[in-house]
Design a protein around this ligand. Structure first.
Ligand code: HEC
Length: 137
């Protein structure tokens, strides 16, 4: 009897954490999609340029403007990184910017691209200025 009571107390302690994990799992999936397809060349920390420019704050911003990044091809000029342009660019960089230096195995699945774009939105929020990991909601 006592052990059943203990089990119930333990269960009551665990349950409150249950519902949170759904949103967290979604965030994890988005971060994982970014890590799988983009992280080799892109960091999302401000100022951390690698083979590709830092993608911190990229959502909604004009293309080709990351300070300190020297690898631009010059063929991104005039683009704004909204949802439609990002989706096209990730699906096929050369279709959007003819001479782009972003040469990588493109992301063919629309659902996977959508996750990546959601992640890019998260790291573009104003509160995400100096971060080591994406902000939680
Ligand atoms: C093999 C390395 C590599 C991979 C992998 C890669 N990129 Fe890039 N990315 C680059 C390079 C290089 C550039 C500069 C392109 C240019 O100037 O034409 C770039 C540019 C960009 C830009 C334009 C940034 C700006 O400042 O205008 C975006 C947005 C972008 N990448 C998103 C992504 C996303 C999202 C992924 C994953 C789906 C990804 N990249 C994967 C190398 C890469």
């Amino acid at each position: 009897m006592f052990s059943i009571l203990l089990a119930l107390i333990a269960l009551a302690a665990i349950i409150p954490f249950g519902p949170c994990s759904l949103a967290a799992a979604e965030d994890d999936e988005r971060a994982a999609a970014f890590n799988n397809h983009c992280r080799n060349c892109h960091s999302f920390k401000a100022g951390d340029n690698r083979l590709g420019p830092s993608l911190h704050g990229v959502f909604g911003s004009p293309a080709g403007r990351v300070e300190g990044y020297r690898g631009y091809s010059g063929s991104l000029a005039g683009l704004i990184w909204d949802e439609a342009n990002l989706d096209k660019f990730i699906a096929s960089p050369a279709a959007v910017a003819t001479n782009t230096t972003m040469i990588y195995p493109a992301v063919a699945e629309a659902a996977e691209r959508a996750k990546i774009i959601e992640f890019l939105k998260t790291i573009s929020r104003p509160e995400a200025t100096s971060l080591g990991s994406p902000p939680s909601r």
